[in-house]
Design a protein around this ligand. Structure first.
Ligand code: PXP
Length: 241
């Protein structure tokens, strides 16, 4: 079964709606770990719309679990990532007007910056992944810049239905197979929920799923423990290799 990494940004979004100290995304993340999640993910955006710099520092002090810091290749964000001490980094594209990360990183267009960023973050002891669409060219590009991991963008799969969803799943399967054949390790995330997670959790070689919004939304109505444990049960029952 893949590891479940919970994205805590959405708790910070709620806090920032009132610029309050509650709900605290760090405390919430620690509850998720207690409920069985394997790690935590947070995205420090340049516009600081949800996670704040202090959240990154507090979370890293509060847990020994793997913390995955998502950030863009912007020089300010890279400086923060390099000094953070996070155990994992996921490099994502960022667009100020987007509601959430919309597409994968174009690793071919960003090749020059990635050739600097990937070794620099790796030297700091972090596992680096590149958030990419499940396209063969992007996977080859990720390999060429030396990233050990990719996180496959599952948004198109999650947004599709019927035959289109089947086609998107097939695309994820082909991407997973290609990635592993060229030595990349594979994570996935975006738009996954309790209704669509199973086929993705069952993909061979899938190491980690990053899930945020659906877990928070379900926790609001069903409680946090139930949200996390039911997701873990679905991932386990999916039976990935
Ligand atoms: N992975 C990445 C790279 C993301 O940017 C996000 C969204 O913050 C997620 C996973 C989680 O997506 P969701 O909140 O839709 O589960």
């Amino acid at each position: 079964m893949p590891r479940l990494h919970v994205n805590i940004d959405h708790i910070a979004t709620l806090r920032q709606a009132r610029r309050e100290t509650i709900p605290d995304p760090v405390a919430w993340g620690l509850h998720c770990l207690k409920a069985g999640a394997h790690g935590l993910t947070l995205h420090l955006r340049k516009d600081r719309r949800h996670i704040q710099d202090a959240d990154v520092t507090r979370l890293l002090k509060a847990t020994d679990a793997l913390v995955n810091l998502e950030c863009s290749l912007d020089p300010e964000m890279m400086g923060i990532a390099l000094e953070s001490g996070a155990g994992a980094f996921c490099l994502v594209p960022e667009n100020r007007s987007e509601i959430t990360t919309e597409g994968g990183l174009d690793v071919i267009a960003e090749r020059a910056r990635l050739l600097e960023a990937v070794p620099a973050l790796t030297e700091r002891g972090g596992l680096v992944s590149l958030f990419v669409d499940p396209d063969i060219d992007q996977l080859d590009g990720a390999r060429e810049v030396g990233a050990p991991f990719v996180e496959l963008h599952t948004g198109s799969y999650a947004n599709a239905s019927g035959g289109e969803r089947e086609a998107e799943l097939e695309r994820l399967l082909r991407a997973t197979e290609h990635a592993t054949s060229i030595g990349l390790r594979v994570n996935a995330g975006h738009g996954l929920d309790h209704g669509n997670v199973s086929p993705v959790a069952a993909l061979p070689h899938m190491e980690e799923l990053n899930i945020g919004f659906a877990l928070v939304a379900r926790a609001v109505t069903h409680g946090l423990e139930e949200s996390i444990t039911s997701m873990l049960h679905l991932m386990d029952a999916a039976g990935s290799s």
